[in-house]
Ligand binder design. Structure first.
Ligand code: SER
Length: 318
């Protein structure tokens, strides 16, 4: 059991991670925090909650001190597409917010710190197939830039100050509980909602667009597994490559159509196509598998079955 702070607790990852960590550490030990959105009842009624902005270092520090925080999950971030619409805010929340949190964690003697990186750390000059752990990092988005700089900052705080920072480069994350907000990989979530609600979907990337993806239960389990791993096992202090599956938008649409007869998908690429084209098609995550035993459980077929069953209930379309 540890005293845990989750910053960005109502986001796509945070809302599920908060529930999982409250089960593990005890509800009273896990503080959920957000900047502006209302807490969903499940999180608001499930344990302590705080409102603060990660750009305000004093606020971050005072909440850590108030609860005697031992572990931090710093998830507050603007995603890739939103970040392109507001690069200044993305820089401030994603990177200065991370630095504020790292500094506060140092000052409070936090034991373990988690921060998510992404496939967006890679760019058009990175090898796109089976992208290695250590490779070219020249992203073209502000979001990707903050991920590369953030990874290096995490490693710096580990080496210089001994702060036990751990990180993974998530692929596109697919979940039915909370929707993502403003990511390039969001089509892989929206397609399920639209298929169930309207029987059709207009996809914003081309049918042959292939990106690495992961179902949220794998992402949550992997994150907790990394945070439980003995420090001496970890050989990467920037961020671990993490993978589960890769598929094209067309393969995804075909899989959805197996469950929703008559479903049709059309393709109208927008500015997000260029972002998608700059990211890897598949990821080599052998280092994570070797160092701390990462294994994924969900492929496209298993995920789609679970996703559609749960979404049908959620959307009242059983
Ligand atoms: N899913 C994220 C995005 O599309 C990538 O980290 O922005």
């Amino acid at each position: 059991m540890a005293k845990v702070l989750i910053i960005g607790a109502v986001g796509q990852i945070g809302s599920e991670l908060t529930v999982a960590l409250r089960k593990k550490h005890g509800a009273d030990n896990v503080v959920a925090s957000t900047r502006k959105t209302e807490f969903p009842p499940e999180i608001r009624d499930g344990g302590p909650c705080e409102y603060f902005d990660v750009q305000d270092k004093e606020a971050v520090l005072s909440v850590m001190k108030k609860y005697g925080i031992e572990q931090v999950y710093q998830l507050a971030s603007l995603l890739s597409a939103t970040g392109e619409k507001n690069p200044d805010l993305a820089f401030s929340i994603n990177l200065l917010g991370l630095k504020n949190t790292l500094d506060a964690a140092r000052e409070c003697g936090v034991d373990r710190f988690f921060w998510p990186s992404s496939i967006a750390a890679f760019g058009p000059t990175t090898p796109r197939e089976n992208t290695p752990q250590r490779t070219v990092l020249e992203p073209t988005t502000m979001y990707g830039l903050t991920k590369v700089a953030g990874e290096l900052l995490c490693q710096y705080y580990f080496r210089k100050y001994g702060l036990d920072v751990r990180s993974v480069r998530y692929p596109g994350l697919i979940s039915w509980k909370a929707e993502p907000g403003g990511g390039t990989t969001d089509y892989a979530v929206a397609i399920y909602y639209e298929a169930i609600l309207h029987g059709k979907y207009r996809c914003f990337v081309k049918p042959d667009t292939v990106l690495p993806m992961m179902y949220m239960p794998d992402a949550i389990r992997g994150t907790m597994q990394l945070m439980d791993a003995p420090a001496e096992k970890l050989t990467v202090r920037t961020s671990y490559n993490l993978a589960a599956m890769s598929f094209s938008a067309k393969e995804l649409a075909e899989e959805v159509a197996r469950h929703i007869p008559g479903f049709s998908c059309t393709y109208e690429p927008d500015f997000r196509q260029q972002i998608a084209d700059s990211w890897p098609r598949s990821i080599d995550d052998s280092q994570a598998r070797m160092d701390w035993g990462w294994r994924h459980e969900y492929d496209l077929a298993k995920m789609s079955k679970d996703m559609i069953a749960n979404l049908k209930v959620k959307l009242g379309k059983e």
